[in-house]
Design a protein around this ligand. Structure first.
Ligand code: PXG
Length: 443
């Protein structure tokens, strides 16, 4: 019999871990066994502060009583209900709550189980909408360099991360990419949105001119690119994208998988920037990371365009067995309730200046090339070690875990900090001090 105790696993081979250096991990496993509020507890009995909300998802912190209770109760009441041709009350309640949080007439919610599914769903809805609106020639999609939109074929096609694309065949046809918006010379050590770079949105005009607007369905961007090292949008950039999309009849999709549910101090980044997209993708924070869930919010006219034809006909041939899973809906309702009761989005907004100060104070530490802060997000670019890009970053994550009791993330050689929104001012200082220590440890 294999010992299955989580604290002492004796066989790590069977689980092929995602986005992980499997052989290094299995040679020195970092096993997390429990969590509470701002902390993780490890198999070797240590308490580690979570500076990344799990993976940008546990926005309310860990093991929050009301969310735990809601999941427990739901499991004891309705474990599963089919979402095709049937429904359960909490799915409708959660959709209504999310639609209320979303700006403008983003009124209808399609549930999925992850950010990747949300992105592929959004792209399919955009293409189908153009098709049923007599615009079937609009089949092209536009993404952006350094964009991350999950790992489905749609998401990697519009995404702009070479290593996520190059092994996986021909991807979707007819995809172009806007240039990314980062320029260290022009933007280094910016707090919030950089002054330089709005003009990069004009590249959309160039792509439209090349193909003709009648061939383009949609543009998808993260309002703030997260996974490739935190690239806040230049001032005015998103507004420009919106104007160009309006001019040519392109749908604008915001992938808010990371920026949704308070990370930038608002329910959605769309609200922070006063730019209303046609479609929003969400996931992660909707359940504070407790049960997998994602979704797509669409504007009323997009949804309504599908609601025609005979009443007995299925309007959209798309969906997942676990769309609107009862456990996810219960967790989502409890998470949104907690965000509201504890004013966590406002809290993130109020903490932003102090959070920025704490991390910008590291600018003179060794190897620091740039620091970007926005909302409760900080990114610190470290100089790569000669000939081994990513090595200093990986060592920093390991040093943080083993020597500083800090869970952090890295994108290449960029350290990323995105704590739960319950983080206190003292914990912000604590995390910044630990990050400083780690930077010195990998000098
Ligand atoms: N879109 C965006 C903008 C994301 O950030 C996804 C889609 C995909 O979500 P799923 O649920 O399919 O993983 C993401 C995911 C990191 C990191 O360290 C970011 C993500 C996932 C894992 C790590 O930056 N974002």
């Amino acid at each position: 019999m294999t010992d299955m105790s989580p604290a002492t696993p004796n066989d790590l081979a069977a689980w092929w871990m995602p986005f992980t250096a499997n052989r290094s991990f299995k040679a020195a496993p970092r096993l997390i066994t429990s969590a509470k509020d701002m902390h993780y507890f490890t198999a070797d009995g240590r308490k580690i502060i979570d500076s990344v909300a799990g993976l940008w998802c546990c926005n309310a912190g860990h093991q929050r009583d009301t969310i735990v209770a809601a999941i427990r109760e739901q499991a004891g009441e309705l474990d599963y209900a089919p979402p095709f041709q049937f429904g359960h009350p909490k799915a409708f309640r959660l959709a209504t709550k999310i639609a209320d949080l979303a700006p403008g007439d983003l009124d209808h919610v399609f549930f999925v189980n992850s950010g990747s599914e949300a992105v592929d769903t959004a792209l399919k809805i955009a293409l189908a909408y153009q098709n049923i609106s007599g615009q079937g020639g609009r089949q092209r999609l536009i993404g952006r360099e350094r964009g991350y939109h999950g790992v489905g074929f749609g998401g990697i096609s519009v995404g702009g991360i070479v290593s996520n694309r190059k092994m996986f065949g021909l991807l979707l046809n007819g995809v172009d990419h806007l240039p990314h918006t980062y320029n260290r010379e022009k933007q280094a050590f910016t707090r919030g949105e950089p002054d330089w770079g709005a003009h990069l949105a004009d590249e959309l005009e160039r792509i439209v001119a090349l193909h003709d607007p009648s061939t383009i369905a949609a543009v998808i961007v993260e309002p703030m690119a997260g996974s490739t090292g935190v690239l806040p949008p230049p001032k005015g950039y998103l507004q420009k994208l919106r104007a160009i999309c309006d001019k040519y009849g392109l749908l604008l999709i915001f992938d808010e998988v990371i920026s949704g549910f308070g990370r930038l101090g608002f329910a959605f980044a769309a609200e922070r920037y006063g730019v209303t997209p046609d479609i929003i993708c969400f996931a992660k924070g909707v359940t504070s990371g407790t049960v997998p869930m994602g979704g797509v919010i669409v504007r009323k006219h997009i949804h309504d365009a599908f609601m025609r034809g005979p009443d007995h006909m299925i309007e959209l041939f798309h969906g997942y067995t676990y769309s609107a899973h009862p456990l996810a809906c219960a967790a989502g309702l409890a998470a949104l309730d907690l965000y509201e009761r504890e004013h966590l989005f406002e809290r993130a907004r109020d903490l932003e200046p102090k959070f920025g100060n704490a991390f910008h104070a590291l600018r003179d530490y060794p190897n620091v090339l740039d620091i970007r802060t926005i909302g409760l997000v900080a990114a610190i670019d470290l100089a790569p070690t000669e000939g081994s890009p990513g090595l200093r970053g990986m060592r920093a994550v390991e040093k943080a875990y083993y020597d500083a009791e800090l869970l952090t993330r890295v994108a290449g050689d960029t350290l990323v900090v995105t704590p739960p929104l319950i983080v206190t001012e003292a914990q912000i200082e604590e995390i910044a001090a630990k990050v400083g220590r780690v930077i010195r440890l990998v000098e």
